[in-house]
Ligand binder design. Sequence first.
Ligand code: ADP
Ligand code: MG
Length: 227
Amino acid sequence: LQDEVIRSEKMQMVSDMAASVAHEIRNPLTTVRGFIQLFGTVDMNPQKKAEYMRLCLDELHRAEQIISDYLSLAKPDPERMEDIDLNEEILYLSNVLLTYANYNNIRIEIEIPRDGSLCTRGDRYKFRQALINIGKNAIEAMPSGGTLELQAEKRQGGFAVIIRDTGVGMSDEQIRRLGSPYYSTKEKGTGLGTMVSYNIIKRMNGRIEVASQIGQGTEFSLIFPSA
Ligand code: ADP
Ligand code: MG
């Protein structure tokens, strides 16, 4: 019974989340549709028109951000369980982030064990989404360049993936708020990235530890039991 209660609470949480994300995407789309209709019916001076088009692009960009934080890699079939090789995923992550890192003057360093692979179980695409959201935040925390370290290592009874940046850092209060929806300190942030990552890692029976120093950087450790 206890399990069923927890399960139905989880389902409720997931459907609340989906509803609120759908709402967040619908808003910008409605705005854009309104302006496009306006363009077709009203004679508008070029300056106003340019201003409204800027607004449309901003709104579409926002919708795109929400989708990319929330479900860019989501696959239609529900919960697929497979073996995930952490070393492989770290290499994948560094490839995905490379352009964004270069653009921001950030060097990526990788440290993975040479002897044997580290494996955990879960849905590969969701796991990738979780890593990408955390990695993107690390890059965004280094506006004037820095180093992004990606690491996999063996831990007592399991494994860890570590994502470390030399960025702006966070206060204890900021760390506490991580994972709650719509918490963002960025002008164009969605506040969905860490919430999505935390949910995915939790469902993989993993946990997230955060250590941070203002002005020094931040370390996210994702810790998993061995498969
Ligand atoms: P968003 O990136 O859209 O702001 P997220 O949920 O991804 O939303 O992140 C929430 C907030 O957590 C960020 O706005 C930022 O303040 C903080 N944060 C997350 N990761 C880091 C990091 N590596 N360094 C500093 N702050 C971070
Ligand atoms: Mg983010």
